[in-house]
Design a protein around this ligand. Structure first.
Ligand code: FES
Length: 170
């Protein structure tokens, strides 16, 4: 498993350590700097050692915010909202479509609240979120950080096809 070099972790901690709310900034930069866009366990331990913040608190922050990942992500991340507004507008159908049409060789838990899977080729990670706060646009899906409202299975199929082709072109 890829992890972040200790020197790089220390550099990030030093950059934010004296600022208010530093833990969130530290975790955010560690995640974006790590291959697979996640928070490696050794980096979290290092944050605890260097800042004096108890590891239990670091983990509770890392698991509370849905944008933090504790396992490596695929090249593309698709997040389907499972909140009430989205659920009543059939978001489960969207998630089931992804589950049934992408190749998942293994399922990894992303924490108690999340369903999280990565395709065997490492191309896609799919997961759910409790609510994006965009309920008027239900059902809502986020693809690589961009929110798409009023999503349908047809639209989702087209977008996945487009993303997959982009990968082939590179
Ligand atoms: S329930 Fe889906 S965005 Fe709020």
């Amino acid at each position: 498993m890829e992890t972040l070099a200790k020197d790089r972790t220390d550099e990030i901690i030093k950059k934010y350590d004296s600022l208010p709310g530093s833990l969130l900034s530290i975790l955010e930069e560690i995640q974006t700097s790590t291959k697979g866009k996640f928070l490696p366990e050794d980096a979290l331990v290092r944050v605890g050692e260097k800042t004096g913040i108890p590891l239990s608190r670091i983990y509770s922050v890392a698991t509370f915010y849905s944008f933090f990942n504790l396992v490596p992500q695929g090249r593309h991340t698709i997040v389907v909202c499972r909140g009430t507004a989205c659920h009543t507008r059939k978001s489960k159908e969207l998630f089931d479509h992804l589950k049934n049409h992408l190749d998942f060789s293994h399922v990894k838990s992303g924490g108690s609240e999340k369903e999280l899977m990565t395709t065997s080729d490492g191309n896609f990670t799919i997961r759910t979120v409790a609510c994006f706060g965009q309920c008027a646009l239900a059902p809502v899906v986020e693809i690589d950080g961009v929110i798409y409202g009023h999503m349908t299975v047809e639209k989702l199929k087209t977008m996945i096809k487009k993303i997959s082709k982009e990968k082939v072109k590179k």
